[in-house]
Structure formats: C-alpha cells, structure tokens
Design a protein around this ligand. Sequence first.
Ligand code: AMP
Length: 943
Amino acid sequence: MQESVMQRMWNSAHLSGGNAAYVEELYELYLHDPNAVPEEWRTYFQKLPTDGNAATDVSHSTVRDHFVLLAKNQRRAQPVSAGSVSTEHEKKQVEVLRLIQAYRMRGHQASRLDPLGLWQRPEPADLAISHYNLTNADLDTTFRTGELYIGKEEATLRDIHQALQQTYCRTIGAEFTHIVDSEQRKWFQQRLESVRGRPVYSADVQSHLLERLTAAEGLEKYLGTKYPGTKRFGLEGGESLIPLLDEVIQRSGSYGTKEVVIGMAHRGRLNVLVNTFGKNPRDLFDEFEGKKVEGLSSGDVKYHQGFSSNVMTSGGEVHLALAFNPSHLEIVSPVVEGSVRARQDRRRDPVGDSVLPVSIHGDAAFAGQGVVMETFQMSQTRGYKTGGTIHIVINNQVGFTTSRPEDARSTEYCTDVAKMIQAPILHVNGDDPEAVLFVTQLAIDYRMQFKRDVVIDLVCYRRRGHNEADEPSGTQPLMYQQIGKQRTTRELYADALTQGSVLDVERVQAKVDEYRTALDNGLHVVKSLVKEPNKELFVDWRPYLGHTWTARHDTRFDLKTLQELSNKLLQVPEGFVVQRQVSKIIEDRQKMSAGGLPINWGYAETMAYATLLFEGHPIRITGQDVGRGTFSHRHAVLHNQKDAGTYIPLQKMFDGQPNFDLYDSLLSEEAVLAFEYGYSTTEPNALVIWEAQFGDFANGAQVVVDQFITSGENKWGRLCGLTMLLPHGYEGQGPEHSSARLERYLQLCAEHNIQVCVPTTPAQIYHLLRRQVIRPLRKPLVVLTPKSLLRHKLAISSLEDLADGSFQTVIPEIDSLVPEKVERLVLCSGKVYYDLLEKRRTEGREDIAIVRIEQLYPFPEDDLAEVLSAYTNLKHIVWCQEEPMNQGAWYCSQHHMRRVAIAHKKDLFLEYAGRDASAAPACGYASMHAEQQEKLLQDAFTV
Ligand code: AMP
C-alpha cells in the first residue's frame, strides 16, 4: 500500500528542518482554502488546538511545534521506515498545490477574454511555474493533484499545468475564489476543472447555437438595410447575447421555472424583442415607420418598450416579461426585482424557483451607477430577495460617455461591484459561443442550487457607434481599426463548424436565407414561441383597465366587524411581554375600539389595513423603520421584551388571510422605491406602500418618481397603484426634516397621472388608504403624512367616521359659524390647519372660515366650489401654507383655486400667506421658525 505524505513525514528524520517549513506552507494554503490541501492534512489542521479565538487561525509556531511533538511521539511508537521521504520532493509538492490555487484565483487574468485581442494585461507572475521554484526539469515529475478535478490523484507537473491553463486561461475567466463558502467554491472548481473549462457539445447544440447567432446578426443587417441611419442601438459585436438568453430561458424552464422577467437597457433590445420574445417583426417595422400606439398620450421610443410572451421549454410553458425602461440604465434592475418578488409572492414561493430575474447591464453603467450596489445589497434581505438574479453584462468595452476604461472606473473589471455580495463572476469571450453557452449553464445551475446572484461578463465589442448615426472612430481610432477587420461572431463560428464538418457551407447559408425570408414575410422568428399562451401564467389586468378618474368611492365598513377585527389585533399571545409605552398604546387602542377614546392616527391606519385584509387584499409595506413608524405611531410589529421575538398582529387575524408583509427596508431610497414600483405594477390587487423616514429622503429616488411613477402609464400603458407615505410638516426641525418637497410632485401632475393628498384626520387616512385599493382605478398615490399631528389633541376621529364616512377631498369649516358673517376664507392643507383653527378660536373670530384641501391633485375644483357657495359675503380668500412661497402648493395649485374663487365672485382675488421664498426648505433656528410661523398665521387673518 502506498504511504501517505503525512505518514512519510511522521517517519522522516528531517522533520524539524525542511518538513516543518513544509507544514507551515501547507497550513497557509489550508487557511486560504481548506479544500486546497489533501483530506488528511485538512483533518489534521482542523483538529489543531486553538487559542480560543478564531478557530482557523493558529499561530505558525503552534502548528510547527504541535506537529513536531506529535511526530516525535509517533516515531517513538514505531520503527523508522526504510523508505524515508525526499524532503525536496515534498517541498515541490507544496509548491504544486500553491500553483493550482493560484490558477483558481488568478487564471482569469491570463484568459483570452477580448475578442478584439487588444487588451494588454501583464501575465500574473504567480501563474508561471518558475514562481514556485519549479523548472522544466520538474515537468515530468509526478505530483499529487490535491483536489484538482482532473480525474486522477497524481499527474505529472506538465499535465497539471496544462489542465490549469486549459481550465482557467482560455476564453472563460472565472472569478469565484472570493466566495467565503467553501461548498460554492468547490462547486465551481469541480464544474470547471472536470471539463477543463470546455464541455464537448453535440452537433445539434452547435447547429442551434449557429442558428441563434444567425438570427442575431440577421436582424441587425436587415434593419440596417431597410432603415439606414435610424437609431436602433444595434447588438452587432455582442450577438452572443441571443444564444445566451435562449439558454437562460430553456435551462431555467427545465428546472420548472414558470416566469422569467428581464430588464435591459437599449443596446440590443430590438434584437431581444424579436429573437427572444418573439415580437412580430412586422410590429417592429411599424414602429420604425413611426406608427403610434393607440391609447397612450405620450408613448415611448421603440428601444424602451417592454413585451410579454410565452415560450415552450423542456419543463413546460414559460411566461417571459421584458420590463419597460427609461434611458436611466441601471434603474430598471430593482424594478425587475420587485416585479419578480410580486410574482413569487403570488405563487407563494418563498424560495424563488418559480420566477427568475434576469438583469442585462452595460459595462459602463454597471461600474458607474450607485443603484447597482443598492440592488446587490437587497439581494439576500428578507424583504427583497428573489432567490438570486442572473446578471449579464454586455461588455462592449466602451461607455458612450468615456473613451477610455481608466476614465470609466477605478476597478479592474466593470463587474467588481458584484464581489460585495460574493457573487461569482464569469467573464467570457463573446466570440466563443460555446464558452458563452457553458458559462450560462453554470450560472443557471449555480443560481438554482445556491439561490444567489451570479454575473456573466459577456466581453464583446460594438461594431458601430453608440447609435447608428454616430461615428466612433473619431474617439476610438485603434479599436475601430481592429473592428473594421474583425469577422462577425457568426462568421467565425460558422467557419469553425464547417471546418469541423459539423455543417456544410450550404447549410450555413440556408440558415441565413431562412431567417431573411421570415423577416421579409413578417413572420415570428422564435421557434419555441407559444402562439396560444396559457393566460394563467400571468395576472389578468382587465378589471383595472379603462376606469376614468373618480374621487369618490364607497369605503364604508361594518362597525361591528371593525371592532371584532380590532379586538383580535389587540390580543397579545400568552407570555409575550410588550414594552411599557407600547403596552399603553395597546390599552388606548382597546379603549378606542370600545368607543371610550377618540381614535387617533395609528389606530385608524391599522384598521385600514385590517379591513382591507378582511376584504381579500394583500398588503406590503416597506421603508425605513416602518414596523414602528418613524414617529412611533404604528407599532405594527411587537417586540417581546423577554426574548426579542416579534409578533405582527395583522398577520394573525384569521386563517387563510391574504399576506400582510411588512419590512424595515435597507437604508436605500432609489432601489427600494424602484422595487416597490415593480411590485405594484405587477400585483394590482395589493396595497403596496413605501414610506420614507422623512419625506425629503425620497429625493434620493427622484429617477423613480420622474421616469416611472408619474409617467409610466402615459409612456407604456402600465398601471401602478403604489402608495408613497412622506412625512411632512414645519416643526422647527431644520431644512432637512421639514419638507417632503410637495412642489416637486405637484409640478409633475398632469393628465390625472398621480394623486397627491394631505390628509389631516385619522378618518381621512383610513378612507384614503381604503379608496386606493377598493376603487378599481390604479393610480400612484403620494400622501404627505403628519409628524406632530399623529398625537395632536384635535386630530382625532370617531369610530362612526371610520364606519360610515368617506375620503373628503375638501373638508369644510367644522365650527358652526354663520356663513353670511364670513368675510374671509382661509384655504390650507396639512398641519397648519390646526394652528389656524386654534388661533381663530382663541381670537373668537367669527368672520373667518377655514377650509382644508385634502387632495391637491387631481384638484377638486367642484368640491371646493360647493363649499364656497355657502359664503355669499366673502371679501377675501387666502391660501395659507407653511412652506416658502417658491415651494409647497402655491405655484402649482393657485390657478385651480383662482378659477374657483373667480367663478364664485368675479373680484375675489386669491391672496398668499406663507413664508417668503427661500433657497432652503426651512430655517435651522427654532426661534426664527417660531417667528415665521407666527407671522404667516397672522398674515392669513389680515393680508
Ligand atoms: P407581464 O406578466 O408583466 O408580462 O404582463 C402580462 C400582461 O398583463 C401584459 O401583457 C399586459 O397586458 C398586462 N399587464 C401587466 N402589467 C400591467 C400593468 N401594470 N398595467 C396594465 N396591464 C398590465
């Protein structure tokens, strides 16, 4: 029987000399990767005594001493063997193991990734055998292979080195050794090394690859000829994307995936629409010819369009959805994640196998835009995970906005950001379609097994300019000289297949001709397309379509059932110890439920959720600190003071109730809001809420507001019922915590695109939230929510207000003034109402009525006119706001108020009472704030 290295060393006379150093080196290697050392050594190192801290890191002297001691004891116990080990060989053995490890870590830096062959990367020094004091003379020496998966335990250095070169340094550059979990690292080693980075594919597979490349190239050529110079952001140079996507869909389908949702920017999008989604080429040609889509007031350019279709895979029919996207590149990724999560939730799939997210990125945007990082950060969190995303970077090596990579990023690769979540990154040369196929298979298999994100970096080039009207050689002369000489991916692969006798030249040409004929005839070109799609695979939006704007909707709810639900919510499980202040809130809510206390905001809001769940609507609430509520009014999550366990009463109302999902979000606004947009445009039946900690934090998500929430329906016909809760109110907290920037939302209002509301009573928020879901109209709702009003003694409602009331767009004067005596009407929204009311009551003024406008958009002109009609002796009408004149509702809403005022009485001129125009939203000094507040109230009564 062969002696193990370890046994031989036990017996060696030279143990305390060279072998001790060998052990140290092995230990180094083990620390880096436990799987890199033979099993017997791994077991030995694992059992080493530790100093109590890190179990893995023991001092080197301890390792050495321990080993020497063990060896002495061992030698005492057994006679020295005759065949003692060659110390020199063992040293080299260690070096060979280090060499193997170096290839796994850095082989990608020596791989041939650039199809243009222009990259000049210095060969990493530690990939040369000389780096390990090995020479050509050692090439024929046999060494143990450690856990190199090449099918044999021992091999010559020559074989080992060749296997490493083939596996790690051909047209795939795999980065996976940054993954801490050794099972995942081992998985990659095994998958890559066992086929030396290149499986052998059948002729059928090869022929299919060529067919897909032919389609990719054929479409661009066709469009280029038919519509020369028209912008299409062609895929030329990156044609391998099409076979890549084909494999993503087919392989995930074979795993039983039911839906694949894809997000991508404009590059190659038309190609994906026609060649992956099966969009009818004739429809695309219509778009080139400028045909409008009926029913959309704005519409969008053709390379922003989404699409839906079903295709057949070996695992059954799969629904495909391509997300609509704006030009703001990476922002579509979190939208896709939200859409996928909604679909997974609908399918009650917490693992994520049933729906696969795919994000296609450009190299420059992937490296440059912060939302990429935010989206990665979401990927494993409870509220946002989707079981792993397939990221594909169309790395054409040029960002439109920079000519040189060194201006575009500080990282080695454009994909380095993905390492923050230890995502494996598979770089691949786009001119090697079989390598592209292999990394795609790896990516899907990895995602399905480990439920984590994985990145494919498709290194390709851009044959033309940024668009078809752009001449690139002005800024990239050398690259475009090479591109001018470069044969296409399809041509190169067709040559390879004809030379390998897989296909003959005639068959290759036939594929080209068949594709062109299909386009000429306007036929679908995706063979797997299902012409009669199974509609059960996606949501039926018909109940929500075609509704015109209505402010009113019956949102009443039976009082007795409301009280029963409330009592249920206020029961805390046996042994659950609630914190003192929270306990007081529960006690108060019990009294509110019994009618013994007026109800407050927290109670009313909670009951809106409870009643909606009761009526069958799922609810999802996310945002910063939403469980408690930034101002501690919500307490939707109870925390056990004994063991920190949590209890969410709204999840435990009755068996089979709809989902109530509530998650404190990661500290992101942009990606989180985009996620919720994606969620709500996919799940029409749910109340989907995002809450900002303070309203102005939504500034960090401005792209989502502008490009999706306020304009998505008019550009793309995609309805969205998302609700944004934005705390707003001038309470002397300084420039950054006062304003939710109401003016921004109002400025974006047109064509009934969104609703902007400022409710001031508990009953108002209750009916507003209920209206948002019960009414079949799906429109984004922006709510400016209160801070101090949450506990204001006057901001209260009654149970009857909840049971019988409705949302009022305008709340008339509440005190019983004699209308004929009223000469001044003060209009306002939000918290300032209570300041005005208290002042009016204190001063005993009966000539001033105060009217609240609770919905600023769509502006309720008719409702306001009706309220005004009672006041026949009006001399003044004033708009009062806390915000500075250049902010708040003044500029954007005054024309509505003026119109109503003038219609009421010809010479009634709308006046302004509020802060002076200001660069900052609010002042930073409490005394200045108080002075300003005092003045604006005074102005409201006197201007
Ligand atoms: P999807 O699952 O996203 O592919 O959507 C399937 C179909 O549902 C689409 O083709 C649309 O007809 C419709 N649909 C999806 N989302 C929306 C939406 N937000 N608003 C209106 N219709 C939608």
